[in-house]
Design a protein around this ligand. Structure first.
Ligand code: ZN
Length: 171
């Protein structure tokens, strides 16, 4: 396992549409290990492969609280197959937009489908934190970030802040 750098706003790679993983190879298993290690170190509750520069439809999630045992989930080629009409507002953050949190409105419940590393198909319905997290991470696979749901004013304010920081670092 290796700790990887997390891309941050305004890195243009975060806007790429990721490609299907297809068959799970040793490279994919290694990549998912790196993603978990990087997510735990950050720390965060979800990470998409593109956030470490790999444009593949691979996501890791662990919603366990600090004092609980880890519950890592690796999602290969995940999809949202249904979203509820009802929506709810939840505060979101993103490892690619460090230290920025804002309320986002999304469908309250979703149904999802993904494959495990072992090739099993998992389908389920989620609400609460898992529903938010799944939508947030699967958005990354399509080049969408949670700031895209904010008002134009809020979005341009956060973009400007991160563009300025990137210039300061000479990136
Ligand atoms: Zn994110």
């Amino acid at each position: 396992m290796a700790l990887r750098d997390i891309l941050t706003l305004p890195d243009p790679r975060l806007r790429l549409v990721s490609k299907p993983v297809g068959a799970v190879t040793d490279d994919i298993r290694r990549l998912s290990d790196d993603m978990l290690e990087t997510m735990y170190a950050a720390p965060g509750i979800g990470l998409a492969a593109i956030q470490i520069g790999e444009p593949l439809r691979l996501v890791v999630i662990d919603l366990a609280k600090k004092d609980e045992e880890r519950r890592p989930i690796v999602l290969v080629d995940p999809e949202i197959t249904w979203s509820s009409e009802e929506r709810r507002v939840h505060e979101e953050g993103c490892l690619s937009i460090p230290e920025y949190y804002e309320e986002v409105e999304r469908p309250d419940r979703v149904r999802y489908r993904y494959r495990t590393l072992a090739g099993e198909v998992v389908e389920g319905e989620a609400d609460g934190m898992l529903a938010t997290c799944l939508q947030h991470e699967i958005d990354h696979l399509n080049g969408t970030m949670f700031i895209d749901y904010l008002s134009r004013l809020k979005r341009s304010r956060v973009l400007r802040k991160f563009e300025k920081a990137a210039r300061r670092e000479g990136a």
